[in-house]
Design a protein around this ligand. Sequence first.
Ligand code: PHE
Length: 364
Amino acid sequence: MSGPNTQYDPVEVNALDPDTIEQAVTDALAAISGAGSLEELKAIRPQHQGDKSPLALANREIGALPPTAKAEAGKRVGQARGRVGQAMKQRQTELEAQRDARILREEAVDVTMVPARRPLGRRHPVELMAQRIADVFVGMGWEIADGPEVEAEWFNFDALNFDADHPARQMQDTFYIDPPEDGLVLRTHTSPVQARALLERGVPLYVGCPGKVFRTDELDATHMPAFHQIEGLAVDEGLTMAHLRGTLDRLASELFGAGITTRLRPSYFPFTEPSAEMDLRCFVCDGTNPECRTCSGTGWIEWGGCGMVNRSVLSACGIDPDRYTGYAFGMGIDRALMFRTGVSDMRDMFEGDVRFNAQFGLEV
Ligand code: PHE
């Protein structure tokens, strides 16, 4: 330690006093280690390292010292500033490391985490099947028509040649809209669209009409009070049963595979004459497996009804039955879907379980 310096005014240069300098360092080190964040460290920095900090002021005083005292004072102040600078740097490094660790922790992304996926929606398989059938109609150059689900009794029955006392009209088969005298029903088949299309569009007419129909059937594995049909109607000059057969075979092979044909069995519908039930060749066993579960070993699957449009239907719709003939058919869409998917209980199709759509709602 140098002795008292009598060459200069100690009052003016008391910033260079060793105790003062040591105190400045102690204060600076305490403040530095007390800084809990980079922001705090930044905030205390001017106080201890800035131009007005005690050590900076002391440094400035050195110039006023006599040359003999300069070296020692310079060394003392330099070391003091060095210690403060060092501590500052070290604390800065520590705090940066802490901040980086915190960011890594807080902003960590677990790439192995299973994300909450929102599954893609699927269209209902019945809807898809209806569209698929409608596409075949459009491919044949036919139009698509539709009609209301709440239908006038006249379209649902009268126009289609049902007698006033036909059993199908009875309340145990048909849902009537209250009050029953208003003559509104939930349509029991898509055939009323035949009459609507004839009246609205005239002839020649080639239309397919998919839609929902309703009957007071008890709910079981093969019956639903609401189900789906698709109607086909062709009215033109010179149409015969051969055209009907050709159309049905074309639909069958488009929907169930090349070579799948249909067969007709005599039947009765008030609005067609002659009428037939149509069966589909079993597309699973092609009639070769007596144990086949799809066709119960018969080789055929019941698919719907059909026939030549009854003259009285044409007349009711203002069409000359001596000039025009037509054929019509109606088939179950839900049934077609059951065959195609192997679903044996119809209720599975309408329970609204999205897993059903996920499994069968994709077209391949
Ligand atoms: N509408 C009849 C039914 O629901 C089916 C059918 C349609 C029959 C067209 C002949 C002609 O059963």
